[in-house]
Design a protein. Structure first.
Length: 389
């Protein structure tokens, strides 16, 4: 079956954060939204069919996990990522950001030091700060068009830290960390007694030519110190279902986290989350392959458009996901001026690079998870705005 990713959907009026939330953030409705990390494609039909079958029963009562939920996750991880997990290692969590907050409450105390490698997905440090933990920023190095880990700096920055929150693959840079890179991180953390919370929500969006390595698989040390968070939400465009899960290989970490979840009943999911996740992982192989090919085409289109028509702008080419970190530094604008260019001149709603922490200055994050005609329109609006500088 061939899926149509060129279809234009009307998402306004659906309480979409990405579309209807534009007015909440910018106070206007005339901006083309390419910010929030969901896609403007239909959620796959096999997921929608599974949800409709569940709803057809007519009763929204208390529901246990469907029988295939954990086995579907187990089988998917083995097929897609070569990770052999046991179903007992898997726990439902109500969203990955919430799960990170729960893990920090479980494994750390107020005042503990928690490290992140910036620029990085902003809830990593915002949630940590709100929970009264101290954030330690260990900056990545931008070299040869991609982010790299400064291991000497990381080792220094981890001094006294209880936890490192890892973004694997990286957001906003789209970097797929290699097995060797992750193993070096694991060695440093293991020696220093630092636990790793690995956010792997973009794993299934690893683009052709690259391979995702679950952190817990790269070494025995990595498995012993880590708690991994994953979900079908990004790859199958279903974040509204809050269908995330955690995997703990180490028995001690698993017992402590699962006990914490059980104490507050945080690990009790809702029926549609379980059903949607199982359907995506059982039936989604072909759909995901076509999606990744389309996203690759959108990335190629963006790169070529910038080279030919807005050469003053660059981009960090993602190895995973549909998020492109646009490099606008050669424009010579301050960050407020850069944001004004995108919002007031180009009429585009993108993420300000500084929201991802230090190192995001001069960047804007572009979401290309949309029909190519929408992407073309956005880039043409940007071209027009830049031409008048």
């Amino acid at each position: 079956m061939t899926y149509d990713f060129d279809e234009l959907l009307e998402r306004r009026g659906t309480d979409s954060v990405k579309w209807d939330g534009v007015r909440d953030v910018w106070g206007r409705d005339d901006l083309l939204p390419l910010w929030v990390a969901d896609m403007d494609f239909r959620t796959p039909p096999f997921v929608m069919d599974a949800l409709q079958r569940q709803l057809s029963g007519g009763v929204l009562g208390y529901t246990r996990p469907c029988a295939d939920w954990a086995p579907a996750i187990r089988d998917w991880l083995l097929r897609r990522h070569g990770w052999q997990v046991e179903t007992g290692w898997i726990s439902f969590v109500p969203g990955i950001v919430r799960a990170q907050a729960l893990a920090l409450l479980c494994f750390t105390r107020p005042g503990d030091r928690v490290a992140v490698m910036n620029p990085v997905y902003h809830p990593f440090f915002l949630v940590t700060q709100r929970l009264e933990r101290e954030v330690v920023f260990s900056p990545l190095v931008l070299r040869d068009g991609h982010y790299h880990i400064d291991y000497a700096r990381l080792e220094q920055d981890l001094d006294g830290c209880r936890v490192l929150i890892l973004c694997n693959p990286h957001n906003p840079g789209g970097r797929v960390w290699t097995e060797d890179e992750l193993r070096r991180v694991a060695d440093i953390c293991h020696r220093r007694g630092v636990m790793v919370l690995s956010d792997e929500i973009h794993a299934d969006l690893t683009l052709p030519g690259y391979r995702h390595h679950p952190f817990a698989t790269v070494s025995p040390q990595a498995a012993a110190i880590s708690l991994t968070f994953m979900a079908p939400s990004k790859a199958f465009n279903m974040p509204g279902l809050a269908s995330s899960y955690a995997i703990a290989v180490a028995p001690g970490i698993r017992r402590r986290f699962q006990t914490f979840l059980e104490a507050g009943e945080f690990g009790e999911g809702h029926m549609l989350a379980y059903v949607g996740c199982a359907a995506a992982y059982r039936e989604g192989e072909e759909w995901l392959g076509q999606l990744l090919a389309y996203l690759q085409g959108n990335i190629d289109f963006t790169e070529q458009f910038l080279k030919e028509r807005i050469p003053v702008l660059g981009m960090i080419r993602p190895q995973a996901s549909y998020l492109i970190f646009l490099d606008c530094r050669r424009l010579g604008l301050s960050q407020p001026e850069l944001v004004n260019l995108f919002v007031d001149k180009a009429r585009l709603a993108l993420n300000d690079g500084t929201m991802f922490g230090r190192g995001g200055e001069g960047f804007m994050r572009l979401n290309v998870g949309c029909p190519r005609s929408v992407l073309r329109r956005a880039l043409e609006q940007l071209e027009e705005a830049v031409s008048h500088l």
